[in-house]
Ligand binder design. Structure first.
Ligand code: NAD
Length: 229
């Protein structure tokens, strides 16, 4: 089976009602990133950071997978599919995709501030301010904050390097190191980039650009790939 790697960003969830990073009116616009999405922010004002992620978690729980998430599941009928998402929502999983890697963490989980391997799934939208891990240390959102290492990066590079086909969806390719992943896809493998604001990528000449929303562009591409395989 051919290996397809799908690299997604906030745009794939936009039509599910989850604000992208740079959307006007989105949650992110109301907060300064350095106040809510950095380790320094959490050290300075954990309640503000917890409130911010509680609000985002509520939004994610209310959202449903859209036609783009669902179409990617159909791709598994004929391909070995690995999704690598920058998103912290779980809409790929809820749509039914089997192999989903979260580069930037998962909003529905929290982890120990002292023992990062102690990760817990939250039962509700709210992380309590005073919740602790089983060893008594405070919990933090299971998110990779700005300025932190991206622990899954090495494995993601391996997947992309071994791909036969690469699909990029709904990402501005501005957040690093995640964005650098695209340069690990072989320069000869077919690559598709679906995003209404997609622009040609420097040094990559094998990219077909589809300037459409994910909800229409992804199902159309999936149908095409299933037919022409
Ligand atoms: P970004 O906000 O930088 O870019 C979003 C991209 O989505 C833009 O290029 C935009 O043109 C595109 N877009 C908007 N509507 C779309 C649609 N309907 N269909 C397809 N594309 C659409 O997001 P990013 O590149 O993912 O990087 C931002 C960072 O913020 C990531 O690290 C991510 O973890 C985080 N983030 C995650 C979520 C989420 O989990 N859903 C939401 C916002 C931000």
């Amino acid at each position: 089976m051919k290996r397809v790697v799908v690299f997604t960003g906030a745009g794939v969830s936009a039509e599910s009602g989850i604000s992208t990073f740079r959307d006007s009116g989105g949650l992110w616009e109301k907060y300064d990133i350095s106040e809510v999405a950095t380790p320094e922010a959490f050290a300075r004002n954990p309640k503000l950071v917890i409130d911010f992620y509680n609000a985002r978690r509520k939004q994610v729980l209310e959202a449903k997978p859209n036609d783009a998430h669902k179409a990617l599941v159909r791709l598994e009928e004929k391909f070995n599919v690995q999704i690598i998402t920058q998103n912290i929502d779980d809409l790929h999983e809820r749509a039914g995709s089997k192999n989903v890697m979260h580069l930037h963490g998962e909003i529905r989980k929290v982890r120990s501030t002292r023992f990062p391997e102690l990760v817990y799934e939250l039962k509700s939208a709210e992380q309590q301010y005073d919740a602790v891990c089983e060893r008594g240390f405070p919990l933090r959102p299971h998110i990779v904050w700005f300025g932190e290492m991206v622990p899954m990066m090495e494995l993601a590079v391996e997947h992309v390097s071994a791909a036969d086909l690469f699909i990029i969806i709904g990402t501005s390719l501005e957040v690093y190191p995640a964005a650098s992943l695209i340069h690990y896809a072989g320069s000869l493998i077919p690559t598709f980039y679906i995003d209404p604001n997609a622009r040609p990528i420097d040094k990559l000449t094998n990219v077909s650009i589809i300037t459409e929303k994910a909800g229409t562009g992804v199902p159309a591409l999936v149908e095409h790939l299933l037919k022409t395989k």
